[in-house]
Design a protein. Structure first.
Length: 83
């Protein structure tokens, strides 16, 4: 995947992905930010409490679940957890 990884203590922490799109990109320069967490139930509870739209998904074959939270400014926050 194009882009760059930033590492923290030898572990990938932030992925900067550069893509070219013309029609389906949200407002602004940033598509989304992703974060990993450990307590799935707490993360879902907190994401739901924001009142913003949330979606659930998974990365096929990776054993990683995803929660996407869509903010009012058009930025999507991705929360990942091990299934």
């Amino acid at each position: 995947m194009p882009g760059h990884w930033l590492y923290l203590d030898g572990h990938p922490a932030i992925h900067l992905n550069i893509v070219e799109r013309q029609n389906d990109f949200p407002q602004g320069m940033l598509n989304h930010a992703a974060f990993a967490f450990f307590d799935r139930d707490d993360a879902i509870k907190r994401a739901t409490a924001t009142g913003f739209r949330i979606e659930h998904d998974q990365i096929p074959g990776a054993g990683i679940g995803q929660i996407f939270v869509y903010g009012p400014e058009g930025i999507r926050i991705e929360l990942q957890y091990r299934q």
